[in-house]
Ligand binder design. Structure first.
Ligand code: SAM
Length: 355
């Protein structure tokens, strides 16, 4: 159903019924995807099964995320229709295709082969750290096929909570947009927007503002253009976030979901410096990424096995490179941090008066 129709239908339904329907939807995703993950891990011969204590600790954070989601809707940060916007039919159609990738993916994993990238791509256009099969996925970020399977892959890894986690950037952005912006519409930039899932939800929540997405992969942006076809207020550009093609102080809000754990230390800083540069004084930065080691010692088991199983070579370093500290290093004032299951959302501000 179209989002506007879903919103009208939900307006006629009592809130507890909406919440119950949402919980049923998430359970319908969570338990089968968790079981499928278990099967795939055994087929891949990935060791280190989680024990019941580990699972219970992760589960508690998952339950807290769903509660947060309902609180966000009740607080009016976003509409209940966002809770029901996953393209389920597309994902159901995509699942056989994703599963057909698994034998080759397991082979890359076992051989440690992170170099097999598609022929015909001009690799010199991309930084060395990017030229790899992230997540062991075929072609890394460098093909249309990879882009088409990416969102479903994320939902498989996070048992149906990928978009739920992404939505957690909306409350601090809504709060920022309650204040004045530079122009008649506020300008919001999503750095490393990938296939546009975060932008889609921002576009539905803030149709009156101007949204921009930047990503290094032209293939992921092709899919983002389709995902965002109904959102006239979004512009996309294929560029490196370490050198963004935007004027100084151009944006009122800059955000990013799940980028920083994929960058080496120097690039992490370079991107944050760029985010600072393009944000206006007084503007808000909202970064979501994996929890780090000191945030969630109870998740240490899952954080430890993630980088090898999903080819994330910079993740171990990210875990100990405290995001808040790096944000302060480049000049941001950090205003808050909130957990979001396996992730966290850090909010900051570019100081209004700079010396
Ligand atoms: C894990 S994905 C996250 C994508 C999206 N934000 C999401 O929530 O799904 C990381 C994204 O970062 C992009 N990326 C990595 N390094 C980049 C860089 N230096 N500049 C711009 N984009 C980059 C990749 O192309 C990919 O789309």
């Amino acid at each position: 159903m179209e989002p506007a129709k879903t919103a009208r239908a939900l307006a006629r339904v009592p809130l507890p019924v909406t919440h119950a329907a949402y919980r049923v939807q998430q359970a319908t995703l969570h338990y089968p995807l968790r079981a499928l993950q278990g099967v795939l891990r055994r087929l891949a011969r990935q060791g280190g099964e989680a024990d019941t204590a580990h699972i219970a600790q992760a589960q508690a954070r998952y339950v807290a995320l769903l509660k947060q989601e309902i609180d966000n809707v009740e607080a009016g940060h976003y509409g209940a229709e966002l809770l029901f916007q996953l393209p389920m039919a597309d994902y159901a159609r995509g699942l056989p295709r994703l599963l057909s990738e698994m034998p080759a993916l397991f082979k890359r994993y076992r051989a440690g082969d992170w170099r097999s990238l598609p022929e015909g791509v001009e690799l010199s256009r991309y930084p060395a750290y990017y030229r790899r099969t992230f997540h062991w996925q075929r072609d890394g970020y460098l093909s249309r096929r990879s882009a088409e399977l990416y969102d479903l892959g994320v939902e498989l890894v996070f048992t149906g909570s990928g978009d739920v986690m992404r939505r957690q950037v909306i409350p601090p952005i809504a709060q920022a947009l309650a204040g004045p912006c530079r122009g008649p519409a506020c300008k919001i930039l999503d750095v490393a927007c990938g296939t546009g899932r975060t932008l889609l939800q921002l576009a539905r929540t803030f149709p009156e503002h101007d949204l921009y997405g930047l990503d290094l992969s032209p293939y992921y942006l092709q899919v983002a253009r389709e995902v965002l076809a109904e959102a006239p207020n979004v512009s996309l550009v294929a560029e490196n976030a370490e050198a963004m093609p935007f004027r100084d102080q151009h944006f009122d809000v800059v955000t990013s979901t799940f980028l920083f754990h994929e960058l080496p230390r120097a690039a992490r800083r370079a991107v944050l410096r760029e985010m600072f540069r393009v944000l206006r004084p007084g503007g808000t930065v909202v970064i979501e990424d994996s929890v780090q080691r000191s945030d969630a010692p109870e998740l240490a088991f899952f954080l430890g096995r993630f980088p090898e199983e999903l080819h994330e070579p910079f993740y171990a370093d990210y875990l100990q490179d405290d995001l808040q500290t790096v944000m302060r290093e480049v000049g941001f004032e950090v205003e808050g941090e909130a957990p979001a299951f396996m992730a966290k959302v850090v909010t900051g501000r570019r100081p209004s008066a700079e010396t």
